[in-house]
Design a protein around this ligand. Structure first.
Ligand code: GDP
Length: 298
């Protein structure tokens, strides 16, 4: 991901090397090129606008530095603004004062929620927690089985409707899972909810109902970083329909242009908390805005 954007940016910075002091015209031309590169990478327009305004303003006001030449100075500013657009610092999970902490996962079908549930459970277990995975995606055939397999691999219990008891009610399952967690001393409950292929009122209503009965400490919106421009409408729909407290970017290992990753923080106003980078349970990490910015700048 970001290969094309990285190449474009380094080409732009190369043109500045060897220049003396940058004129306003140089700054405008550079800003225009960066703007094009971001738009081509599918970054949402309002995000591009905010970013470019900041970069231009800071380049104009930049002190002439003895330590940095103009190209280095622009790279430094672009780096800092990329970090800002990605959310600045990483944020830790908020844990409940009285366990269990409830983490609800929401997002479209195929976004990577079920996979993420397993990854998060393994990661939390490694930190000494006793998580419980809850199968509340009763829409997608196989989602319960998929979660059972992941739970087994992670060595984490999966709470699911009894096999053969019909489809089951995801709201009831979610509610009951909290009592189960308390009875079995599980301190973190991770609820995998159902998604649809597109934004759907019924899906949103179900997610909102699960939220209401479980009162989650975190509602993590899982988004496929490969989806490009659709990221903005999807993120807005989940922000408004369910209310989210954080974002997880999945499929960052893909070769998409990366616009979703760069837009979602600004659009939702919520921090990107984790990054999912493959199909294995260990392909997962806390999201670090500074590392992502360095990756983009190469
Ligand atoms: P859900 O419908 O939101 O629960 O999505 P799933 O967890 O079932 O994921 C959909 C597909 O994407 C599955 O084939 C996963 O193996 C795959 N997947 C999930 N996360 C990642 C990731 O970070 N990278 C890659 N390459 N594939 C992923």
């Amino acid at each position: 991901m970001f290969d094309t954007l990285s190449e474009r940016l380094s080409g732009i910075f190369n043109q500045l090397r060897g220049k003396g002091r940058l004129t306003d015209a140089d700054i405008d031309a550079t800003a225009r090129q960066i703007r094009m590169a971001l738009l081509e990478a599918d970054v949402a327009l309002p995000v591009v606008k905010t970013f470019i305004d900041q970069v231009k303003q800071r380049c104009r006001g930049a002190e002439v530095s003895k330590a940095l030449n103009p190209a280095q100075q622009v790279i430094k500013i672009v780096n800092e603004e990329l970090i800002a657009i990605l959310g600045g610092e990483s944020r830790r999970l908020s844990l409940a004062k009285n366990p269990p902490t409830v983490i609800m996962l929401a997002g479209l079908q195929g976004a990577g929620k079920t996979t993420l549930a397993g990854k998060l459970a393994l990661w939390l277990k490694g930190q000494g927690h006793e998580p419980l995975l809850v199968a509340a995606d009763l829409q997608r055939p196989n989602a319960v089985e998929q979660l059972r397999v992941l739970g087994e691999r992670a060595g984490v219990e999966v709470y699911a409707p009894e096999a053969g008891s019909g489809v089951g009610d995801p709201i009831q399952v979610s509610r009951d899972s909290l009592a189960h967690a308390t009875r079995h001393a599980r301190d973190i409950v991770i609820i995998d909810t159902a998604g649809r292929l597109g934004i759907d009122q019924e899906m949103m209503a179900q997610a909102a109902a699960i939220r209401d009965v479980t009162n989650p400490d975190e509602v993590l919106f899982v988004i496929d970083a490969m989806i490009g421009q659709d990221a903005v409408t999807t993120a807005e729909a989940f922000r408004d329909g369910v209310g989210i407290t954080g974002v997880v970017l999945s499929k960052l290992d893909g070769d998409a242009r990366g616009g979703a990753a760069l837009s979602v923080r600004h659009v939702t106003g919520q921090p990107i908390m984790f990054a999912s980078t493959g199909e294995k349970l260990t392909d997962f990490d806390v999201f670090h805005p500074d590392r992502m910015a360095s990756r983009i700048l190469g």
